[in-house]
Design a protein around this ligand. Structure first.
Ligand code: FE
Length: 215
């Protein structure tokens, strides 16, 4: 009976907060239905178990952009690692215990003459195994279409002003090829430890919509 009383107490609660729809309130999209069909088939055929899928989702959801920050900080302080990272990003990140799975990682380096931004114009391809889940805006149609057509204006909306004499390159990720930006090391960070440097490099700097702050 205690449980029932608890339920009543919940319903008696004065619900004057903003209504938030349940995720089940909108009809599943085509991709969602397809994913569920494939998932059901894989389980039914004994290829994977529900527990394995759950564990993989949990593992993917546990990746944090801080890993990308550590990789950048290493590249800033270790010239040999920087070379390896730019030459073969996929292989270089394994030094951090990260795996790109079946995808290739290309690390694009910002220079005083060129700024890089990443997008997936088609959907939401993103180096999830090193940066974690992409931000919601990364998946928005507005970002996907506009950053290609007017990157400087989109960057200004993120508060990032790229001078006119600096070129802007936009890299379109796919399922097979994913990008990460290697930002320029901010001035005034000479002698900083890798951990201090890593803390400057946030998710959005790895996508290229902001620059790491100059201390
Ligand atoms: Fe995609």
């Amino acid at each position: 009976m205690a449980e029932e009383r608890g339920t009543e107490a919940w319903h008696d609660h004065d619900h004057d907060r903003t209504f938030q729809p349940d995720i089940e309130d909108s009809a599943p999209g085509w991709a969602e239905l397809q994913a569920e069909a494939v998932r059901s088939l894989l389980i039914e055929k004994g290829v994977v178990t529900a527990a394995e899928i759950r564990a993989e989702l949990e593992r993917l959801d546990s990746v944090e952009p801080a890993l990308g920050g550590r990789i950048v900080a290493r590249a800033w302080t270790d010239p040999d690692f920087r070379k390896r990272l730019l030459a073969d990003g996929t292989r270089a990140v394994t030094e951090f215990g990260a795996s790109m799975g079946d995808a290739e990682l290309i690390v694009v380096e910002n220079t005083p003459a060129r700024h890089n931004v990443i997008v997936c114009t088609l959907c939401s391809c993103y180096p999830r195994t090193i940066l974690g889940l992409p931000p919601d805006w990364y998946k928005s149609r507005a970002y996907r279409s506009r950053v290609v057509a007017e990157p400087r204006m989109v960057l200004r909306e993120f508060g990032t002003a790229i001078p006119d004499d600096v070129a802007v390159s936009v890299h379109d990720s796919t399922a097979d090829v994913r990008y990460m930006v290697l930002p320029l090391r901010p001035a005034g960070t000479e002698g900083w430890s890798e951990a201090q440097l890593a803390a400057l490099v946030t998710r959005d700097a790895l996508v290229g919509v902001v620059l790491p702050p100059t201390p």
